[in-house]
Design a protein around this ligand. Structure first.
Ligand SMILES: Cc1cc2nc3c(=O)[nH]c(=O)nc-3n(C[C@H](O)[C@H](O)[C@H](O)COP(=O)(O)O)c2cc1C
Length: 403
């Protein structure tokens, strides 16, 4: 038996030589991409992405909340043809999936927000650029992404914020997301312990790390410097995370939401861990919907899992207002649960950052492919053929495990 015959007998697939292709070939789940990202990134950068605040209780409970749901399939339904298409703000989407805003994206890979926007655009799903993004809104818009959203922190420097509104509008931003969970920056112990600086600086620890992650450091050194691309004076040297933290305004109130509403003519979502009463208040103040989120466990620790807010908020708001949810979504099953319980769109933060760090733009594509395939398969195994059918049968299909 020669080598080829032996390979065929053992069903050996030769591994691609190219590193990125190797990563992609082995990426069957978001967890696989998380592991690949962990290998690719310096520890402090990986911890920055993966970590949560304080005891990381919310970070863990975001996952536990999804995993506490039990699914009850309706078998022997014809599921030979399944659609996961949906509509949002009157436009069609191929899947109820979006990419949440994340700051400092170019720290995972120099292509950063451009790679994420290209992938979102190619796949026809929304992507929200962060206020503290590392690529300008104009450059992200120039990728031709069809569903461009922008996340806004109302900074102490209001003129800076309003200028960003104008740029967002001129760039064709469709939806503005006003984040209300960042009255102050939370404390992330991993970052403190790792002595994280953004961008990563040359410290003795970094120099040791260069030997362990040469691919990362080579790409970073070759790339143009990282800055808060959407804030004025970005050419000013020395703009730091502390500068940004100092810009968080802890005096915000509901009247600021009204102010935003009067200045922003497009769709407006309020993003944070919003209970049913506050969701109603946001709608009464003119928001088009809410983005239920606990910032992926990065702000208030021991915060309620966002998925547990979906059903009560939907019950309060009725069918019309848009509900987006994130925080802890790692599988198509999680998306099915979110949609069944009342969300219109499920978005992910860390998963696409893991994909980006592991394999660039194609890694982000892989995240979309994995999640959509899992969602489709979940629908089929549950005995549903469309998302409205899933929603209509939610009470039979999903129960909570008894603690
Ligand atoms: C590295 C990182 C940076 C983030 N930056 C922002 C941000 O600038 N603005 C914001 O509203 N949310 C930010 N978030 C929160 C995300 O928008 C989203 O709510 C969260 O990642 C969802 O949870 P998941 O990571 O479990 O999917 C960030 C999250 C991560 C992981």
């Amino acid at each position: 038996m020669n080598l080829e015959e032996l390979r065929a007998t053992l069903q050996f697939k030769p591994m691609p030589r190219n590193h990125k292709e190797r990563v992609l070939t082995r990426a069957y789940s978001i967890e696989d991409l998380r592991r690949a990202a962990k290998k690719a990134l310096p520890r402090s950068v990986f911890d920055y992405v993966e970590g949560g605040s304080d005891e990381e209780t919310t970070l863990r409970e975001n996952r536990a909340a999804f995993q506490s749901r039990q699914l009850h399939p309706r078998t022997l339904n014809d599921v030979s043809s399944v659609s996961i298409e949906t509509t949002l703000f009157g436009r069609n989407l191929p899947a109820p999936i979006g990419f949440s805003p994340t700051g400092y994206t170019r720290m995972m890979n120099p292509d950063g927000e451009i790679a994420v926007a290209r992938s979102a655009g190619r796949n026809g799903i929304p992507y929200a650029l962060s206020t503290v993004g590392t690529t300008t809104i104009e450059d992200v818009a120039a990728t031709g992404i069809g569903h461009l959203w922008m996340q806004i922190y109302l900074l102490k420097d209001r003129e800076l914020t309003w200028a960003l509104f104008d740029r967002a509008r001129a760039s064709g931003v469709e939806v503005l997301e006003f984040s209300i969970d960042t009255a102050i920056g939370a404390r992330r112990l991993r970052d403190l312990r790792n002595g994280l600086t953004i961008p990563p600086s040359l410290s003795p620890a970094t120099i040791v790390d260069i030997g362990m992650h040469p691919r990362y450091w080579t790409s970073m050194v070759r790339a143009p410097g990282m800055k808060f691309a959407n804030l004025a004076d970005t050419d000013k040297p020395g703009q730091t995370v502390a500068d940004i933290n100092a810009q968080f305004d802890s005096s915000l109130t509901w009247s600021d939401l009204e102010d935003i509403r009067s200045r922003w003519p497009g769709k407006l979502l309020v993003k944070g861990p919003i209970n049913a009463d506050d969701a109603q208040r946001a709608i009464d103040a003119g928001a088009d919907g809410v983005h239920l989120s606990n910032h992926g466990g990065r702000q208030l620790d021991r915060c309620v899992p966002a998925i547990d807010l979906v059903a009560p908020v939907r019950a309060q708001l009725g069918d019309e207002p848009t509900i987006v949810v994130d925080s802890g979504i790692r599988h198509g099953m999680d998306i099915a649960i979110a949609i069944a319980e009342g969300a219109d769109l499920a978005t992910v933060g860390r998963p696409y950052l893991f994909g980006l760090a592991a394999a660039g733009e194609q890694g982000v594509d892989a995240v979309y492919e994995i999640l959509t395939a899992e969602l489709r398969r979940t629908l089929q195994l549950l005995g549903c053929t469309t998302l409205p059918e899933l929603r209509a049968h939610a009470s039979e299909l999903i129960t909570r495990k008894q603690p």
